[in-house]
Design a protein around this ligand. Structure first.
Ligand SMILES: Cc1cc2nc3c(=O)[nH]c(=O)nc-3n(C[C@H](O)[C@H](O)[C@H](O)COP(=O)(O)O)c2cc1C
Ligand code: SF4
Length: 696
């Protein structure tokens, strides 16, 4: 039954002749699940995910192809007729659930993927690196006019194949830094011919020719969603909202049936060589946004709904549906549709995290939605051309393998440790019908998640949402939860489980040097202990707020031992609280930030730390801690003391081998999972928990 709370989201709408049963859609996403050695043909893994999406209640799903280029780029191709049968199967799978299927078509243009040294592409103009909006890209060659005509045909023919495969329409991607966008934007388009930068008409010409040619080949009623950047934020000569309103009108006149918007956000750094851009608004706000925010960027949510004011402007300009993308959610979508700011919301990562999200929203089962934590693991994998996977949804790409099937033999499963690995194992095991008993020595479930959330903050990564979701799920599934109780071998003997899962987390790594027990040292273990003590009285949200004015155990000058993920994030936390921070690490410069997401987040945080005066010393040897600070030997062999009021250890965790030893043979099956086995990231913990939950 539909929840009355989301009545605007639940209303049907038409894109051209195609009826969407509700206002939530999934736009095209490159998942890199194809096998390039077979030529990029459709496969069952992809079909299974799209089936899950359609079954999950989306009003429209859009699958993505490889760029419309012949070459080494991976992705499912549609560049010739032999690919049609594969897409036919995909369309049929989606249509089983009263869900229309569109296919996104795009040409990468001059955009070379960040971590793949693709050969330089073609773009509206060839711009030298030092003048390029994206100096990290290889310098593209200027596309010739005959090539433009070929590209127009390439798009139209691909749409024709899509139609033959039984799809319902095209999402024409002219956003990002792709080829079509390079013509629209004066920052990218420097030419002066009929496709040049001199007028709005000449800039929009190629886009309009593609729309018209697609319609000519496939019929006037072939639905097309025109996807474009409503703005290129913080980019000199970038697309402005006034311009995109005009483009939207022109696309509508050319026959587009809907306008879908997102924005390309250019990084705030003044150093041109480091300039990057992202279409993830939450990444733009990471780790902070300093300076003036451009008009029409909604800044209150640190990226959430940041493009909504732009969508509202576009909506004033056209009479066809307007779709808004970029960290949208059901609450803001419902409100925006009600207020007439937008017609449809497109959610990408949220539907990777939970393909059944639309159904759950409409049924009012919000607490059952697996929350996307905006960690960017998925996109990072894609940028490395690795199969996309999700931190919180271990079933992504394993829809058939991880389909919930009742266990052949119901077992008594005892789990020690209520962190992400333990809770996910409990959730999956309980779903499969096992009797699950969960122990955690702390008073609340979540393991290190609340501490991580408190340090990372809540604006971008929804770590608390994840802890909350897992907690609710295990509770609803009837897992017997014992918090505040340490499970000993005797406890295990009393319970006598068939399966014992050890998920008690990793061990803190504390350097064994003189002075480490001094009162000026705060070890990772002590920090966790203190925070967990305070969590008895206040949640992480309140504690984080309080920490802005009150951090009694941390002095003005701080040295952090360890410059990997934990060290860098602790440094950010402390700099934002007025501390002067030095990071020291025994590893190389390359190892600084290890564990942070390579795409956008790691470079952004490292820029930010250096821009905020954090000194980073690598390849050091720790000698001793005195009242004055940390004495170390630099990589050049010089002994020096880094003055500090407080020294914090933030070294990577170690496996918890003692627990495994003490529990050996205590049940027929004993498994160690997550950080207890091998400390990694939340992604790995959840993947491990899900795996064991499915295996037992
Ligand atoms: C793994 C991944 C692959 C993506 N691939 C595409 C793509 O092929 N085409 C596209 O238009 N956008 C792509 N995007 C970007 C999304 O369309 C969207 O702009 C972005 O995820 C922000 O929306 P969200 O906050 O709802 O995730 C991709 C995003 C992710 C995470
Ligand atoms: S990997 Fe992270 S950002 Fe991507 S969908 Fe999953 S939780 Fe969201």
């Amino acid at each position: 039954m539909n929840s009355t709370k989301f009545k605007n989201l639940s209303k049907p709408i038409y894109i051209g002749k195609v009826r969407l049963k509700n206002r939530m859609m999934k736009n095209g996403t490159g998942l890199f699940w194809d096998d390039p050695s077979t030529g990029g043909f459709m496969n069952d893994k992809y079909i299974a995910f799209f089936e899950a999406l359609a079954k999950g209640g989306a009003g429209l799903v859009v699958s993505a192809t490889s760029p419309l280029q012949v070459g080494p780029l991976p992705g499912f191709k549609i560049i010739s007729d032999e690919y049609i049968p594969g897409y036919k199967k995909l369309a049929e799978a989606i249509h089983k659930y009263d869900c229309p299927a569109f296919l996104q078509l795009f040409h990468l243009g001059g955009m070379s993927p960040l971590f793949f040294k693709a050969p330089a592409g073609i773009s509206a103009s060839s711009i030298p690196k030092n003048e390029s909006p994206r100096p990290g890209f290889e310098v593209a060659r200027e596309i010739t006019i005959p090539e433009i005509h070929d590209v127009v045909e390439l798009f139209a023919k691909a749409a024709e194949r899509t139609k033959k495969a039984g799809f319902d329409g095209t999402e024409l991607n002219g956003g990002c830094n792709h080829l079509l966008n390079s013509f629209l934007s004066r920052a990218w388009n420097k030419r002066h011919d009929e496709y040049g930068c001199q007028t709005m008409e000449s800039r929009a010409r190629i886009f309009i020719e593609v729309i018209k040619e697609m319609k000519r080949l496939n019929g006037k009623d072939w639905p097309i969603i025109a996807l474009m950047n409503a703005m290129e934020v913080d980019l000199k000569d970038g697309i402005t909202i006034e311009e995109s309103k005009q483009f939207a009108k022109m696309f509508e006149e050319a026959g587009a049936d809907a306008i879908e918007i997102r924005s390309e956000y250019y990084t705030w750094t003044k150093d041109v060589k480091r300039r990057e851009s992202t279409h993830f608004p939450d990444a733009y706000f990471y780790p902070d946004h300093e300076g003036r925010l451009e008009d029409y960027v909604e800044g209150g949510g640190h990226g959430a709904g940041a493009n909504l004011p732009m969508a509202a402007e576009i909506k004033k300009a056209v009479n066809i549906p307007v779709i808004c993308m970029g960290k949208m959610d059901w609450e803001m979508g419902e409100k925006a549709i009600r207020k007439g700011k937008v017609d449809i919301i497109s959610m990408n990562r949220r539907l990777l995290a939970d393909p059944a999200l639309p159904k759950k929203v409409l049924e009012g089962r919000i607490e059952d939605i697996t929350p996307c934590t905006s960690c960017m693991t998925c996109f990072n994998l894609g940028e490395h051309f690795q199969p996309v996977a999700c931190r919180v949804n271990a079933s992504l790409g394993k829809e058939r393998e991880y389909e919930i099937t009742p266990a052949k033999k119901k077992k008594k499963v005892m789990i020690i440790g209520g962190g992400p690995a333990g809770m996910e194992a409990a959730r999956v095991a309980a779903l499969r019908g096992h009797e699950v008993i969960l122990y955690d020595k702390e008073n609340r479930l979540g393991g290190s998640l609340p501490v991580a959330a408190m340090v990372k903050g809540f604006e971008r990564e929804d770590i608390l949402g994840l802890a909350h979701y897992l907690n609710i799920q295990v509770t609803k599934l009837g897992v017997k939860i014992n918090t505040g109780k340490e499970a000993t071998p005797e406890t295990v003997a009393n319970i006598n489980p068939d399966v014992l899962i050890l998920a008690a987390g990793g061990k803190h790594n504390i350097p064994d040097i003189p002075g480490i027990n001094g009162s000026n040292v705060l070890t990772g273990m002590e920090l966790h202990r203190q925070l967990k003590f305070f969590f008895k009285f206040a949640g992480p949200e309140l504690l984080r707020k309080l920490s802005a004015i009150w951090l009694p155990s941390i002095g003005k000058n701080v040295v952090i031992m360890g410059g990997r993920l934990h060290g860098c994030q602790t440094a950010e936390f402390l700099v934002k609280r007025g501390r002067k921070v030095t990071i020291v690490d025994t590893g190389t410069k390359k190892e600084i930030g290890d564990g942070l997401i390579e795409v956008f987040l790691k470079p952004y945080l490292l820029y930010w730390l250096t821009d905020h005066g954090v000194q980073i010393l690598t390849e050091v040897k720790y000698n001793r801690i005195t009242k004055k600070g940390l004495t170390l030997t630099t990589k050049d062999g010089i002994k020096k003391t880094i003055k500090a009021d407080t020294i914090i250890t933030a070294l990577p965790l170690e496996p918890n081998t003692e627990l495994a030893k003490s529990m050996k043979g205590k049940a027929k099956e004993v498994y160690t999972i997550g950080d207890a086995k091998e400390p990694h990231l939340i992604f790995d913990a959840i993947a491990d928990g899900a795996r064991i939950g499915h295996e037992i």
